[in-house]
Design a protein around this ligand. Structure first.
Ligand code: NAI
Ligand code: MG
Length: 354
């Protein structure tokens, strides 16, 4: 689902990678394409058509470009492009949001941190996405005596914690086999339960994975001080929102960041999954051939690894990206010095394929 703005532009480059895999690796995908966001509204009058929703439910994986744009800013809330994406996430029940922070050596100077702190960094934050403070009841602004009180409830059930923990442990097994779970068990009841349930799930089914626990505030500090100590970080919705944005900036540009949102296992044993770049539709550069397609290409690589058991092909793509960057190929968002020249979206895609 290419979507809006630069979405279709970056998706075109992914198609080249898919074609390359078919031609050179004999790896074939049954790809179908559909509309989401403003593009769907323009044709169907809704940001996600029911038929599209059904196709997404039936797919092994969904790859989405981006949605949104100024043209749709005045639409009713329920018709906004973002509602299309939210509907996908909700109806596919995508409860685990995976946000990798991977620092390619060639971009280490691009980070806000020192080169040796981030060079070679490769971590994933697993953020619980459907519960916690953003959804818990009661919530609202109420009158209490002669003043107002704002209330959110940080609520987690055992099963919500358990399924997020399983997603993190499964992920760790495909990586360096380490999970660090972050909460605030020192001051929050939901944090105590979180730590208990994660520990129980670990002992029951994932004792081979190395598990540690950390208070989330210390976790924030450690992410900036020495991020390479982590492999998979498991955390709740609220802390994960903050920690994943923090981790993203360890690596530099928005144009480089992939993501995945996973749900419950399907009949084939693999999770329902939506892959998408972290960035939006970038209306300021849309249609100009300036967008960096890497985030979308890396999102596709995640799909290969987590939805199709094609880890070797995923690594091949990541290695290609690393090599292209090492060769000095840069889209405009990755330029560091005055006088450096940028390649176009198309040229970046071609370089990765080459
Ligand atoms: P944005 O991520 O679209 O852009 C932020 C800045 O980063 C812009 O200057 C943009 O040019 C740059 N940028 C983003 N992706 C890039 C890429 N691949 N290559 C080079 N530069 C890139 O966020 P913004 O501007 O806040 O939102 C624009 C629209 O996108 C809005 O309608 C917003 O609602 C939507 N949006 C959609 C998301 C999604 O589809 N998941 C996520 C975030 C925003
Ligand atoms: Mg955020």
């Amino acid at each position: 689902m290419p979507g809006d703005g630069i979405g279709p532009e970056v998706m075109t480059e992914v198609r080249k990678v898919i074609a390359w895999l078919a031609e050179h690796r004999d790896v074939h995908f049954d790809v179908s394409e559909d509309l989401v966001g403003g593009a769907a509204y323009d044709v169907h009058g809704v940001p996600l058509h029911d038929d599209t929703m059904a196709k997404a439910q039936a797919a092994d994986a969904v790859l989405l470009g981006a949605v949104g744009g100024p043209k749709y800013d005045t639409l009713d809330f329920s018709l906004k492009p973002e509602r299309g994406l939210l509907r996908l996430r909700k109806e596919m029940d995508l409860f685990a949001n995976l946000r990798p922070a991977q620092c390619f050596d060639a971009l280490a100077d691009f980070s806000s941190l020192k080169r040796d702190v981030v060079a070679g960094l490769d971590i994933v934050i697993v953020r619980e996405l459907t519960s916690g403070s953003y959804f818990g009841e009661p919530r609202g602004i109420f009158k209490e005596g002669n003043e107002r009180v704002g209330i959110n409830t940080h609520r987690y059930t055992e099963s919500e914690i358990e399924r997020a923990a399983r997603a993190a442990f499964e992920l760790a097994r495909r990586r360096s086999n380490r999970v660090c779970s972050m909460e605030k068990a020192n001051v929050m009841e939901a944090g105590v339960l979180w730590r208990d349930v994660v520990t129980e799930v670990h002992q029951a089914d994932y004792a081979d994975v190395e598990l540690s626990h950390m208070y989330a505030d210390n976790g924030a500090m450690q992410l900036v001080r020495a991020p390479k100590q982590f492999d998979v970080i498991l955390t709740d919705n609220l802390f994960g929102d903050i920690l994943s944005d923090c981790a993203a900036m360890l690596t530099g540009s928005l144009g480089m960041l992939p993501s995945a949102s996973l749900g419950a296992p399907m009949e084939n044993g693999r999770p329902k999954a939506l892959y998408e770049p972290v960035h939006g539709s970038a209306p300021d550069i849309a249609g100009q051939g300036k967008a960096n397609p890497t985030a979308c290409v890396l999102s596709f690589a995640m799909a290969l690894r987590y939805s199709f058991d094609l880890g070797a092909e995923a690594t091949r793509i990541e290695t290609a990206v690393e090599k292209v960057l090492a060769d000095g190929v840069r889209t405009a968002d990755l330029l560091q010095a005055e006088g450096d020249t940028a390649v176009s979206t198309t040229q970046m895609g071609d370089a990765i394929v080459a």
